[in-house]
Design a protein around this ligand. Structure first.
Ligand code: GUN
Ligand code: FE
Length: 466
């Protein structure tokens, strides 16, 4: 009989540290009624004598046999929900012309709530289907559409940071898409979104508002200062872009000639805090990196976007070596994919391009990329004690990854491919190789089921409770 408790049995894998994938081939993870991990057993039998006290004999059991494993849910530390219809559309543009050609026209269309109603459910479904259990979303400047995104995340059970985009400076906005030029109005709009999220999730347990000045060139000093004040008043996190593209960096220099650097602009207005997520961070100099580290701000690495918009190659090894906190961001639609798994792959390949110039040390391993996609992302969001790994007391934000074996008998049929999963595991691979196959050749067909705080939020037809 169901008692609200669940035991997940089978193989589980998570990142113990940056370099260390912890693989348990035969485990049991108990998740209580509140969605928290209550116990983790490794390599013990399944008899009731192995279960802790507290009614676990009645728990529902979800079992993965030898064709898959449980893995922590992915954390997308930077994604523009409103830009999803443009995924894959960027031509040969670079950041500043891309914004005007593709992005502002699309984002401004969310003034019509019907557009948001059509797009946002799809974004949440799609990211969940790729195993994204937490997303840091940029919406648009519009309050009703931003609130709708919050409603959808809440209804679907995705953990999310929801940001109304703030942009009031004529330099990098458009006449048809800009906040009012009076920072008190800008602030009132952001407060309205915060109030809405508070009304549906009063303790911000699943959803959190996030202050979202688009980037320095599109915000007035007054609005950035006002948002920093709101951050101090309510301890709400902040997300923005930094140092993504050479023309953007030159523009910041031109707009702020008296500031030492791009990073110092954010610091001067009070936006560089230990709750700030900075996307891209490609062209930071050593003094900027030191300042970011000293303030405790975090980096969202967005390699797919950085390649697509030919923005540059972020030196992730340097960031990590210098003690900065790094997670991954898909940056849809600068990035073409809503998949954090694909983003991890892109992170590895970009690191190899860096290595071709700077040496072997720059290369990220499979384990490191998966760490950035989970634990790193959790640190970037300030949720490292809650999500990103499998530890007692953490929330069950997890995905079941399926790796179907090719049947023993060779078949000569027209279609012997199994839609349940793309990755062909032949049976004898060791665990490291299986995981590498997943990372390099897998996609959402391998994501058989996804849970957030113990709630099943996505499953493929081929997944069944046992
Ligand atoms: N900088 C300012 N706005 C944006 C955006 O929407 N996407 C990216 N990649 N960079 C930005
Ligand atoms: Fe972005």
């Amino acid at each position: 009989m169901a008692c609200g408790k669940t035991i997940y049995r089978g193989a589980f894998v998570h990142c113990a540290s940056l370099n260390d994938l912890d693989i348990c081939e035969n485990g049991s993870i108990g998740v209580d009624e509140s969605g928290k991990i209550a116990f983790i057993l490794r390599d013990v039998g399944e008899g009731p004598q192995h279960l802790p006290d507290g009614g676990w004999e009645q728990a529902e059991v979800i079992r993965v046999k030898d064709e898959g494993f449980f893995f922590p849910g992915f954390i997308d530390t930077h994604i523009h929900a409103s830009q999803y219809p443009n995924a894959g559309i960027f031509g040969k543009s670079t950041l500043l012309d891309w914004l005007h050609t593709y992005t502002f026209p699309l984002e401004s269309s969310f003034s019509d709530l019907a557009v948001a109603r059509r797009i946002y459910p799809r974004v949440v479904s799609r990211t969940l289907s790729h195993g994204t259990t937490t997303a840091c979303y940029y919406a648009t400047t519009h309050v009703p559409a931003t609130n709708l995104l919050a409603d959808i995340c809440h209804a679907r059970g995705q953990r999310a940071f929801i940001g109304r985009v703030c942009m009031d400076h004529p330099a990098t906005t458009a006449d048809y898409y800009r906040d009012p030029e009076d920072e008190s109005t800008t602030l009132a709009l952001s407060r309205a979104c915060i109030a809405h999220i508070k009304s549906i999730d009063p303790s911000f347990s699943l959803l959190s508002p996030i202050l979202t000045p688009r980037f320095a060139p599109s915000c007035s000093v007054e609005s950035m200062r006002a948002l920093a004040g709101l951050h101090r008043e309510m301890n709400i996190p902040i997300q923005t872009h930094i140092s993504e593209n050479p023309a953007e960096c030159a523009l910041v220099k031109e707009l702020y000639p008296d500031h030492t650097s791009y990073t110092h602009v954010y610091d001067a207005v009070g936006l560089l805090t230990n709750r700030t997520i900075l996307a891209h961070a490609i062209y930071l100099d050593a003094s900027e990196r030191a300042l970011i580290r000293d303030r405790g701000a975090k980096i969202s690495h967005c390699p797919a976007s950085n390649t697509a918009l030919t923005s540059g190659t972020a030196k992730v090894r340097t960031l990590l070596d210098e003690g900065l906190t790094v997670g991954l961001g898909t940056d849809v639609s600068g990035g073409y994919t809503p998949s954090v798994l694909a983003e991890a792959r892109e992170a590895i390949f970009v690191s190899r391009h860096v290595a071709m110039v700077e040496g072997e040390k720059a290369k990220l391993s499979v384990a490191e990329a998966l760490y950035l996609a989970t634990r790193g992302g959790a640190q970037v969001c300030g949720l490292e004690n809650k999500i990103g790994g499998f530890e007692v007391g953490m929330d069950w934000d997890a995905q079941l990854v399926g790796l179907p074996r090719v049947p023993g008998e060779a078949s000569i049929q027209d279609n012997d491919l199994d839609d349940a999963g793309l990755v062909d595991v032949f049976g004898n691979e060791n665990w490291e190789d299986k995981i590498a196959k997943w990372l390099y050749t897998g996609d959402d067909r391998n994501t058989l089921a996804v849970w957030v705080r113990g709630r099943l939020v996505h499953s493929r037809r081929s997944f069944q409770h046992s």
